[in-house]
Every structure is written in C-alpha cells, then in structure tokens.
Design a protein around this ligand. Structure first.
Ligand SMILES: [Zn+2]
Length: 368
C-alpha cells in the first residue's frame, strides 16, 4: 500500500489563536479568573491552592503568579509515585492537592475557552473529517489519509470534529482516541472505539491525545477510560464524584472505583505506565511511521518534551516531508530559536516553515 498520509501534530499554539492560555500562564490565569469572576470556582478552592503555595512550597503571595507548573507537579507526582510525604503533607493530602490543582486548571481552561473564536478549528475539523470519510464502507484497509496527534488537554478540536460528525455523518462516524474507551453516559451510541465503527461500515477520525483530555475519566480499578462530549467530566468529578458503572455492577457501590482524572501534567517525570496511554503512544508511533508528511501546528519541540522527541526520532521516516506552522516575525528571536531546533532535529529532512499562524494555514489548506 503506497498512499500519501498526513499526520498533524498540534500543540499549545494551535489553541492559542482561539485564546487558550499558554501552559506557563495557567497559574496566573487561575488567579485572574478568581479575581474577576470568583463564582466560577468551588468555594475555597483557590484559597486552598494559595495556602499550598504559601505554606508548603513557601512561595510568597506576590510570586504566586509566576510559579511554573513543573515545580508544582514534579515533587507532587514523585511523592505520590514513591508513596512518601511531601513536606507537611501526608500521601493522602498530596493526592488531594493534586486533585485540587487538576480541577483549577481544567476549570480555568473551560472558562477561558467558553466563548473562544474557533472558526479555524471548526474548518480544520471539517477538513480532516471529510478526508477521513474516504475510509467508510470498509475501505479502511487501503485508505488512511490523515490523523491528528495533540499534546493539548482542551477539547476545542474534539468538539469541532464531533459536531461535524453530528451534522454531516450522523451514526456513521466517531472521534477515535485510539485506545479502549467507553461512553460516560450509558447507551450513548455516538461514543465507541474506532474499530467498532469501521466494522459497522462507518469511519473514524483519529485524534491521539498524548497528555489526556478534559473529557476523560478513568476507573482506578478496571482502568476503563470514560469519554463524554457533553460535559467536561474531568472538571465536574471534583464536585460530584461518579463511580465506574461496570465495577459497581461487579463489586457493588464502593469508593474504590470512583472515577479519577488521568491528565498527564507537565513534570519532568511523566508516568506513562497507564495501559491506555501506552496504547495511545504506541498508536502515535505507528501513525508517524506511516506519514509521508508531518505538519506541526503551534508545537515548539521543547527539550523538556523528551518523550515526544524520542518518539519522533524513532518513528519519523527519512523521506517524510516536515512542515512547521507557527506565528511570528521570521527575525524574532523566539522564532529563530524554534527554527534552529527543528532544523537540527530533522536534519536532512529540511523542515519547511509557515509563519502566518494556524488560522491562515488552515484557510490555505481549504483552498488547495
Ligand atoms: Zn471500573
């Protein structure tokens, strides 16, 4: 089978044009929302976070805005993984603190993106959904033109694809996260694994979210992954915990199978031992190995993202065409640094650069 295949790799810059905050601004954004719209957050949640920064991390209040997420999550996750206390916090308190920060981050993204200008994301969703539809009618063995790998938690693209499907291909397509997942709402036929839909003669739109998603929850007992497109379930479970309905049926209602968020946080020791993430990362490797063209949109290829870099180093073909979409003046220092990073990394596969941003790139794509 020799066909052209494009894999899009989307990072923070992809959502940024729809006004998503950059990761380094998330903590600042939490405090901004709390100042301007305090009713958005559960009572005391922001105060508890401030108390953690002040009393545990010993960061004075005037510096709260600038603490990097890595400095929060790297010690928390290490203590949880090694089952040791973190300063004056017991292991259980440490887990609760991580839950609290998960909630604040999720809620902050949700508030910021509620009314975002995401027309270009809708158009991109339409483009990849239409492309993927070539696979319907059991033609998937010979056709696989496109997939998207994302490092973002937000569901801007997921929601746009879902709405394309509901409008143009109802009951005929699904968003495929390329792992084993179940619908959060029982009997929701619009959520099913991609292979199941392909078997039914429909098609799937592949979206591989390497760091998880705000519309996922996982059962800590059976490790099933639940997906919902109507609610940001990873945020809501902080106030209204939900149990795994399969484990409820097998073991009775118990706290041991309360669903939890499994987002991968920015730390220097990310834990991908979770079997669902193993599947996603393995599938991402296969997608990359099949790609004749790889388009990075708003992804800066940082050194800290070494898991992604090793995946790219291992799996991208030597004849793959590399395109990098970013926004900025070519002479800007950040852009020249980024450019250098890509050029050194991909070497002979000379990356091409498009510096007019994601929105413009997608508009051009549709005109082709
Ligand atoms: Zn379960």
């Amino acid at each position: 089978m020799v066909t052209d295949k494009t894999v899009y790799i989307v990072g923070a810059g992809f959502s940024k044009e729809a006004s998503a905050p950059a990761q380094e601004d998330l903590v600042k954004k939490i405090f901004e929302i709390d100042r301007d719209h305090p009713q958005e957050f559960e009572d005391n949640s922001v105060q508890k976070f401030r108390a953690f920064l002040t009393n545990v991390l010993l960061v004075p209040r005037k510096l709260h805005d600038s603490i990097p997420l890595e400095d929060i999550f790297t010690p928390l996750d290490r203590c949880i993984a090694d089952n040791v206390s973190f300063r004056n916090l017991s292991v259980k308190d440490t887990l609760n603190t991580r839950d609290l920060i998960y909630y604040l981050i999720g809620k902050t993204l949700e508030c910021t993106l509620r009314s975002s200008a995401k027309d270009y994301i809708d158009q991109f969703a339409k483009y990849i959904t239409d492309k993927s539809s070539a696979r319907k009618g059991h033609r998937y063995a010979n056709l696989d033109p496109v997939s998207v790998i994302s490092t973002n938690w937000d569901t801007l693209l997921d929601d746009s694809i879902k709405s394309q499907i509901s409008t143009h291909y109802p009951n005929n397509a699904v968003v495929d996260y390329c792992c084993h997942f179940s619908s959060f709402e029982p009997n929701d036929q619009s959520v099913m694994p991609g292979l199941e839909m392909l078997g039914l003669g429909g098609f799937s739109v592949k979206l591989l979210k390497l760091h998880g998603s705000l519309n996922w929850l996982q059962c800590p007992k059976c490790l099933r992954l639940y997906v919902d497109f109507h609610n940001r379930i990873a945020i809501e479970q902080y106030m209204t915990p939900v149990n795994c309905r399969y484990c409820d049926a097998q073991f009775g209602k118990q706290g041991s199978h309360k669903l939890i968020s499994n987002l991968i946080m920015p730390t220097f020791l990310k834990n991908f031992s979770n079997p669902q993430y193993k599947l996603i990362w393995q599938a991402a490797g296969i997608e990359l190995s099949e790609a004749t063209r790889i388009v990075f949109i708003g992804y800066s290829l940082p050194q800290a993202d070494f898991e992604m870099r090793q995946l790219l180093a291992r799996m991208v073909r030597k004849d793959a065409r590399i395109v990098v979409v970013d926004y900025g003046d070519p002479n800007d220092q950040l852009i020249t640094e980024k450019r250098k990073r890509y050029e050194v990394f991909f070497g002979k596969r000379k990356p091409e650069f498009f510096l007019e941003g994601a929105r413009q790139y997608i508009l051009n794509l549709l005109e082709e």
